[in-house]
Design a protein around this ligand. Structure first.
Ligand SMILES: NC(=O)c1ccc[n+]([C@@H]2O[C@H](COP(=O)([O-])OP(=O)(O)OC[C@H]3O[C@@H](n4cnc5c(N)ncnc54)[C@H](OP(=O)(O)O)[C@@H]3O)[C@@H](O)[C@H]2O)c1
Length: 435
């Protein structure tokens, strides 16, 4: 049996998972790869007590792994975009293939990395970079390759999904659940990347690149997090038959591509509305297959290792099957990618959920419906919540039909100027995900 030698850089949460699963399932993994996958070297700043590395050469300098002539595949699991970029480029320049779980690196520097890989006929694989253990990259790149993809929509950040699930099921505040998420290790000490939607934007860009054949770029992605969501919106949405999910949405239209990450009302009848806690799910709508849903653990040591090892197996099988003239697997060629216009959020069409406080007296609602009508927005439902005792103002909730966001913004501005309306008008986009 041929042997393919790998070097693992980074022995943290994912690195340890990869090391341990490779050790535990050696025979089955080797049989599937049709070769022996040997961990030749590990680069780690310090030992990880959950890994028995006694039979493996461990070095403290990860760049030794990237330059080691005995290593065929470098597995980058250190995270970040500075040293990781240098490490991956060094590995490629030393003619290594690369496997990474690093979405920030691929989203921000993918173009440069793939260009280098292509010029050297090397593979860069990144299944674990999106949705952890769910094989969504393979699905988009291979399983759905017959299809023209219309749109995809995903819960692609487990931390925000956990927070929203808790707000929904227990009526808790965002800030309160965030503290618990940090205590449970779901959220980083600095949770900005997760709760502001940046991590989801990275993953969305990677999926859109594969789905629509466009270059990797974060430019133009509309990104909004969950920090401003209030528990009352989560419960009002439920009363109306919707769940609020933090979605990454990419849609091909005649005018260009929509790329947006934001809280979204989704009908309860939609499967993705039932995806809770730290789970991830991605819906893909395409012309031949229709709508598919990919669901599973979006993070964690061994679920993520499952995807990293799938890439290692892919690379090893490719190398072992034809060592002298192998062909990179689908999706490697960056020359075929075509830029597309990214549609500004103002020109995106969705329905909206709107909430505000207004004086409970005759004529107020008709003023508001007139403003909406003048902006060309038709109303699907309007609800006035019961007024608490002694309170002059009532909560009004409006569900609109599909309209452009710029028309909604115009109406919101006018409504906020009414003397009968108190405070800001809050709105959340609504997606039915049915076509
Ligand atoms: N955790 C998940 O569930 C998950 C899911 C999908 C994708 N990912 C991605 O997987 C990658 C790794 O994440 P992780 O959760 O495993 O992170 P982690 O637990 O922080 O592990 C990173 C490891 O890399 C080491 N490291 C960092 N810089 C290094 C350097 N210059 N030299 C040597 N070692 C270095 C760190 O060592 P020290 O401990 O000494 O700092 C740490 O052991 C990231 O790109 C992440 O986005 C993670």
């Amino acid at each position: 049996m041929r042997s393919v030698n790998i070097g693992i850089c980074g022995l943290g949460t994912v690195g340890a998972g990869v090391f341990n699963v490779l050790g535990r399932n050696t025979n089955i993994i080797n049989a599937r790869a049709n070769c022996e996958i040997a961990v030749t070297q590990v680069g780690a700043r310090r030992d990880n007590p959950s890994c028995d590395t006694s039979g493996v050469a461990v070095v403290r300098d990860i760049f030794e792994v990237a330059k080691n002539p005995a290593v065929d595949v470098v597995v980058e699991l250190i995270g970040g975009t500075t040293v990781a970029l240098e490490l991956v480029m060094t590995a490629l320049r030393h003619d290594k293939h690369v496997v990474t779980a690093n979405k920030a690196l691929i989203a921000a520097h993918g173009a440069e990395i793939f260009a280098e890989a292509q010029s050297r006929n090397r593979i860069v694989a990144y299944e674990a970079a999106v949705a952890g253990g769910i094989p969504i990259i393979k699905a988009l790149r291979e399983g759905l390759s017959a299809n023209r993809i219309h749109w995809l929509a995903g819960i692609i950040n487990g931390t925000t999904n956990f927070i929203l699930s808790e707000m929904d099921s227990k009526g808790r505040d965002f800030a309160d659940v965030l503290v618990e998420a940090q205590e449970k290790g779901y959220a980083e000490a600095d949770p900005t990347f997760d709760v502001e939607g940046i991590d989801a934007a990275h993953k969305l860009v990677i999926m859109a690149s594969l789905a629509f054949g466009m270059p990797l770029s974060l430019d133009g992605v509309f990104t909004d997090g969950i920090t401003k969501l209030e528990p009352q919106d989560v419960s009002y949405a439920r009363e109306l038959g919707y769940a609020i999910k933090h979605l990454g949405i990419a849609r091909q239209t005649d005018e260009g591509v929509e790329l947006r990450v934001h809280p979204t009302l989704v009908p309860e009848s939609c499967l993705i509305a039932g995806v809770n806690d730290v789970s991830n799910a991605v819906m893909v709508n395409a012309d031949a297959v229709g709508t598919t849903l990919f669901y599973g653990p979006g993070a964690g040591s061994e679920p993520t290792a499952s995807s990293v090892i799938a890439d290692i197996v892919d690379v090893a099988r490719t190398l072992a099957s034809n060592p002298d003239s192998w062909v990179p697997p689908l999706g490697c060629a960056s020359s075929a990618l075509q830029s597309q216009k990214i549609i500004d959020i103002q020109n995106i069409e969705t329905s909206f959920y709107i909430r505000f406080s207004a004086l409970d007296k005759p004529g107020v609602l008709s003023n508001i419906t007139k403003i909406m009508g003048d902006a060309g927005i038709s109303i699907e439902a309007i609800i006035q919540k019961e007024q608490p005792a002694g309170e002059e103002y009532v909560t009004i909730i409006i569900l609109t039909n599909v309209t452009k966001e710029k028309f909604l913004d115009e109406a919101v501005e006018h409504i906020e100027q009414l003397e009968t309306v108190r405070g800001n008008v809050n709105f959340i986009r609504v997606e039915h995900l049915d076509q």
